[in-house]
Ligand binder design. Structure first.
Ligand code: DGJ
Length: 753
């Protein structure tokens, strides 16, 4: 179904079912239009997102939150604005797309310089369309539907009459969850060039004040700490200008009621499906009302739009929950696991792997790798991953990135021979790449010194002894596609770890003219996305895992191409409690790589039991990252038992509903659980950090079970769902960082309950 409407001729009646839909169907459509009052209702999953075209044909946002009945909203600009104000009328309007120059004094969502040298943009609605399903975004990752009935989309056209800037605001609402996506498509329909200098994919006014802001802050090896603080009366900004989403901030921000917790309270979240520099901000307007925005970072972005040209913004995904943070996360998890991630591995249980990085670093040869693989096979591992150091003359991080040819000194028989021997043991074979980079000491650099990001006359700043290839250049994209494809075709390779180990400096493409230099970072991302789309569709059965010095590019953009990401270079299980807890605010467990590594831990020096290390890793895509040949028989037996547990529970951990129960940021106990979609089965993980004398054991209340059903616990007890959820399970854990795993499965009611 496709409807085309124009405000002048069609905003005449209220609630008329479109075309041949019955009134009943019309009421449950995700996109409804009240023509008389010029209202757009986006609904689903218990939420409403309501916009209005006002008398001046400006687009306003009246509500994003709990579901509203589909009826006229009692909105009156005279009453809902300030009674008296010094300010211009526009400044107190709840604009859906705030712009520059007509009296809006907050941060604009769209700022465009025109040929007269000003940036006045006066956007008025000219029409709209409704479509079933959801269209893809040209060259960009985005959520998708598998059938048109899963979502409905609304496209609203706006125009600045003087410059000819045309904006299509593209909304989709997912029927089940109420997740709303928005992207802006800008087209220059005028006759002179325009320059986009600011573009926020979402910028939503909330008729609320006194909210708190929440985001995921971090650093290398300390990614995604949950930070929560009063939003305040000014602007609260988080951003990356690194050319990657980065370790320091994640492209996500939420506002919440001060009383909100994991289980209750209102939370509004925005997440950007993008892997490059971004800006997210919470701001308050002249009425002290909050606004939540996310989009491209204007400090490192501008875009020249010649007449006729089109620019598409990355997609923002907006999720509202009135059930606290778990409610918010569960919508993101479901959407990102099933309608952002794609391909063969999306719904498949992920293999138990061993990665040699922390086991050997660069110091390995074929014999060493095979000895580790042999032990791995014996304990039930399914995939052997050869990390950095297999190519060129790479015995340290000082050389060879770009020379993707196996090192015959380390691997005399070559990659194919190694992979076949490992396959012969019953293991699949996986390989590490860092394709976006080049070492100055490499044949690639010697042959193409102009292929990296650089500015003539300035130093090419190195980090980890490497430079970044200029993915704005088509020939560079093609060379990466060629080189990676050649290796993947040369041997039976089932898995790729796609790494990226530095952020940008001198981030300008030598190919772009001066007036387009600030397009470099976004053009790089478009180039990267083309490379990833080509390679992942050329090798559809290969499992791709994204990585950037651990979790430096753990974002929805990368998840579109690669269903899992290496969560952090910090493999210490105590640290991982926080990192995985924080990551789960937005990202599903199926996206998180989690490995058991050696003790003392290489990042923290901490010594934790194998059991705790194992149970924490079992809460993600499980793997080992150590030298199994150095383990005792007892330790290997314990590893084998862990692998057995992982295989038993991985369907539940990867696709069950994830509940955060006790936060490692708030006390000594961490707890989370996985509940099957039917509610018939659950797995509880709990861990105590430091032991404190003379304290009671913790009582953990489960979530998501059936109230009346009985559940058999693995200690033999049979308890009712209501009891497990409202009374809870008492958990005694002895010793620092001791952990437990409790499985429960629905059973018949006991004869004498
Ligand atoms: C950074 C990654 O996060 C590590 O796991 C490892 O692959 C190294 N790079 C290799 O250089």
């Amino acid at each position: 179904m496709r409807m085309i409407c124009h405000p002048e001729d069609s905003l005449k009646e209220t609630g008329i079912p479109p075309d041949n839909l019955s009134r009943k169907e019309w009421w449950i459509m995700p996109v409804n239009i009240d023509r008389k009052n010029r209202l757009f209702f986006l609904s689903g999953g218990g939420i409403s997102y309501v916009m209005k075209i006002d008398e001046e044909r400006r687009l306003l946002n009246l509500h994003w939150g709990h579901a509203l009945p589909f009826s006229a909203l009692p909105y009156d600009p005279a009453q809902d604005g300030p009674a008296a104000s010094f300010d211009l009328p526009v400044s107190s309007l709840p604009l859906e797309i705030p712009v520059c120059g007509t009296g809006w004094y907050g941060t604009p969502a769209v700022s465009v310089e025109n040929s007269q040298g000003d940036n006045i943009t006066d956007l008025r609605v000219t029409g709209w369309r409704i479509r079933d399903g959801k269209a893809s975004l040209s060259g960009l990752p985005a959520t998708y539907t598998e059938s048109p009935s899963e979502a409905q989309s609304l496209e609203i056209d706006l125009e600045d009459a003087l410059t000819g800037l045309h904006v299509t605001a593209l909304y989709s609402v997912f029927h089940d969850t109420g997740a709303v996506t928005r992207s802006l498509i800008l087209q220059n329909r005028g006759s002179a060039p325009l320059k986009i200098t600011q573009l926020l994919s979402a910028s939503v006014p909330l008729w609320e004040s006194g909210l708190e802001v929440l985001h995921l802050k971090g650093a290398w090896a300390r990614e995604r700490t949950v930070v929560r603080t009063p939003a305040g009366m000014g602007e609260y900004r988080i951003f990356s200008q690194r050319g990657a989403s980065g370790h320091e901030e994640n492209p996500f921000m939420a506002l919440c009621d001060p009383s909100a917790d994991e289980f209750s309270g209102r939370v509004w979240g925005v997440s950007l499906v993008y892997s490059g520099s971004f800006l997210a901000l919470s701001s308050s307007d002249v009425r002290s009302h909050s606004r939540l925005s996310i989009g491209l970072n204007p400090d490192v972005f501008s875009w020249k739009l010649d007449p006729g040209e089109v620019f598409t913004s990355p997609e923002a995904v907006m999720v509202f929950s009135s059930n606290g943070f778990n409610g918010l996360s569960q919508v993101y998890h479901r959407l990102y696991r099933t309608r952002l991630a794609r391909g063969y591995w999306r719904d498949r249980t992920r293999p138990v792997l061993i990665n040699n990085w922390e086991g050997t670093y660069f110091n390995f040869n074929e014999e060493k790798l095979l000895s580790i693989a042999q032990k791995a096979r014996d304990i039930g591992v399914e995939l052997f991953v050869l990390d950095d150091g297999w190519f060129g003359r790479r015995n340290s991080d000082t050389c060879s990135l770009g020379d993707w040819v196996e090192n015959r000194e380390k691997l005399p028989g070559g990659l194919r021979h190694l992979a076949e021997q490992i396959n012969g043991m019953g293991l699949r074979f996986g390989l590490w790449f860092e394709p976006e980079m080049v070492s100055p000491d490499s044949d690639l650099y010697r042959n193409h010194p102009d292929w990296c990001l650089h500015v003539d006359g300035r130093e090419r700043t190195q980090a980890r002894n490497q430079l970044i290839l200029d993915l704005c250049r088509r020939e560079v994209q093609d060379e990466i596609i060629r080189a990676v494809s050649a290796v993947l075709s040369s041997a039976p390779i089932s898995y790729v770890k796609w790494d990226m180990n530095r952020n940008m400096s001198e981030a300008f493409s030598s190919e772009l003219p001066a007036e387009r230099k600030l397009e470099t970072q976004h053009r790089y991302m478009l180039g990267l996305y083309r490379v990833l789309e080509t390679i992942t569709s050329r090798f559809p059965d290969v499992l791709f895992e994204s990585c950037s010095g651990g979790g430096g590019r753990f974002d929805p953009g990368m998840l579109y191409y690669m269903p899992q990401t290496w969560t952090s270079d910090d493999t210490d299980a105590a640290e991982r409690l926080k990192i995985q807890y924080g990551t789960s605010l937005v990202y599903p467990v199926s996206a998180m790589g989690a490995h058991v590594s050696a003790v003392p831990n290489h990042q923290t020096g901490r010594i934790l039991s194998l059991r705790t290390r194992g149970l924490v890793a079992l809460s993600g895509n499980f793997g080992f990252e150590l030298d199994l040949t150095k383990m005792s028989d007892e330790e290997l037996a314990e590893c084998s038992e862990l692998v057995r547990l992982v295989k038993r529970y991985r369907k539940l951990t990867q696709s069950g509903t994830f509940w955060r129960l006790l936060s490692p940021f708030r006390g000594e106990f961490t707890a989370w659980s996985f509940v099957s979609e039917s509610g018939d089965e659950a797995l509880l993980f709990a861990c105590k950090a430091l032991s404190v004398p003379n304290t009671s054991p913790v009582r953990i209340r489960l979530c998501g079970l059936s109230e009346s059903a009985y559940y058999q616990l693995d200690d033999g007890r049979c308890l009712q769902g209501g009891m497990l959820m409202h009374y809870g399970l008492t958990i005694s854990l002895n010793g620092d960082f001791s952990a437990c795993l409790i499985h429960m499965k629905r059973c018949a009611a006991p004869a004498n309950p």
